[in-house]
Ligand binder design. Structure first.
Ligand SMILES: Nc1ncnc2c1ncn2[C@@H]1O[C@H](COP(=O)(O)OP(=O)(O)OP(=O)(O)O)[C@@H](O)[C@H]1O
Ligand SMILES: [Mg+2]
Length: 431
């Protein structure tokens, strides 16, 4: 019997690679819909396991849907998945078009565009920070004067990801530069030039994400993840750890909000990654939701800490088969992201861990001789490694010790040299 083909909407990145490998190992023919540029970056292993590919242009509004649907029909595709934040809406439309298990296309924008998300959350009664869409500088001034926003507030792009262009603004003086940064953070397939930004009330508390799998509208929460995030105006993730056990009443409140967010975003079949902030009083607000598995190696953490094969589970959901989600282990896992202490040219790295006992995953992605940045977005990570074991404290200590051993040499580059040019401010905000 021929198994249905599996189509990934872009297969770049470690999560997509693991998903592709899992599908191929189960005997499915794996296909990728990709762009010419992304395909050029696929490694030989990934290229070797693909049975076929369709090269398209995800920046076009309708073309990819028609082209990919036609390709899927020609190649007996029985499951369409993505781990790419920017392609979750297209995936929902494709699944609907092909009659495959997928999310509600009519609501899928809410998991992609943070203005639509804020609207959908508010309409569904999800606790979320008050959010104002500022269409121009006058709108920005009005948003900053809105008593439901106040200071500090957060200025962010509508459709960004990876914390790019997100700034915590402590007073009116920083707002213009923050709005510029949000406008400059162009999404993967956007052409830029959108003057709109979001201004959001700041939620104080501890950040978590909830990793869930939804099958036929039934949600299973796989884990709560504690996020390590830098303080200051640029909140960049420095690591994740799971599973976190919250006090039962807090966990119940978090799950309630997350489930409401999942429904609001029309997530019916597949993974969700919901970011929440829990205040000192135990109240939970939802910062955002993604209709996909978490990035940043959280899938690898779930696999090693809890023994859940998330890749197999994602495939099962996409193929309308019952997924196996019960944990088979009771361990703990954490990932640390290596970043540069300063901007410049990376000249050397030593002490980066290798895989071995308790270190199941390492990934180095920076190039010696290349430009590196003070972390301002997740894209500035140089590498990452995962540590796992039975005891949370020991795992955290070991991860910190391994991180301290990493030595990075960065040579300064001239002010206004390549990569150092600062765009002029295009906003003027009166205090
Ligand atoms: N309303 C808020 N209150 C407090 N902190 C916030 C708020 N919004 C964003 N942040 C901080 O900024 C970070 C990035 O924001 P957000 O998650 O909205 O951006 P993103 O680009 O989707 O990031 P990522 O893809 O890394 O999740 C959050 O993880 C959090 O630390
Ligand atoms: Mg986020």
């Amino acid at each position: 019997m021929t198994l249905p083909g599996v189509l990934l909407l872009d297969a770049a990145g470690p999560e997509a690679g693991l998903l592709a490998a899992a599908a191929a190992a189960r005997g499915h023919q794996v296909h990728a819909a990709t762009t010419a540029m992304a395909y050029a970056g696929y490694g030989p292993e990934l290229k070797g396991l693909l049975a076929g590919r369709i090269v398209t242009d995800f920046a076009q509004p309708d073309r990819p849907l028609d082209e990919i649907a036609a390709y899927a029909r020609r190649h007996g595709i029985g499951a369409v998945l993505t781990v790419n934040e920017y392609l979750t809406e297209l995936t929902a439309y494709l699944c609907a078009e092909l009659g495959l298990p997928g999310n509600d296309p009519g609501r899928a924008r809410a998991a992609r565009d943070k203005a639509a998300m804020a609207e959908a959350f508010t309409a569904a009664g999800v606790s979320t920070p008050h959010t104002v869409l500022a269409r121009d500088d006058a709108g920005l001034r009005a948003a900053l004067a809105d008593p439901r926003v106040g200071f500090p507030c957060v200025i962010k792009p509508l459709s960004g990801a990876g914390s790019a262009g997100v700034t915590v603004v402590s007073g009116p003086a920083g707002a213009a530069a923050a709005a510029d940064a949000a406008r400059a953070a162009v999404g993967m397939y956007d052409s830029g030039g959108d003057p709109r930004v979001l201004v959001q009330a700041f939620a104080a508390g501890t950040e978590y994400s909830v990793e869930s799998l939804i099958q036929d509208g039934t949600t299973t929460h796989l884990a709560v993840t504690r996020k390590r995030v830098t303080g200051g105006p640029k909140r960049v993730e420095t690591g994740h750890s799971l599973p976190v056990s919250l006090p039962p009443a807090v966990e119940a409140a978090v799950h309630r909000e997350v489930e409401a967010a999942i429904r609001a975003a029309g997530i019916r079949h597949g993974a969700s990654h919901t970011e929440v902030i829990v205040g000192a009083d135990g109240r939970c607000v939802v910062i955002e939701i993604g209709a996909r598995l978490a990035a940043g190696q959280i899938g690898v953490l779930i696999q090693h800490a809890l023994g859940i094969d998330v890749w197999a589970a994602l495939l099962d959901v996409a193929l309308a088969r019952p997924a196996t989600l019960a944990p088979t282990a009771r361990g703990y896992a954490t990932v640390r992201f290596v970043t540069s202490p300063r901007a410049g040219r990376l000249t050397s790295v030593c002490g980066f861990p290798k895989t071995g006992s308790g270190v199941p995953f390492v990934r180095w992605r920076a190039v010696i001789g290349g430009l590196v940045h003070v972390p301002g977005a997740n894209g500035h990570r140089l590498g990452s490694f995962v540590v796992t074991g039975p005891d949370a404290d020991e795992v955290e200590e070991r991860a910190d010790a391994l991180l301290r051993r990493v030595r990075i040499q960065v040579e300064p580059i001239l002010e206004n040299g390549p990569g150092q040019v600062r765009p002029a401010s295009t906003s003027a905000i009166a205090p």
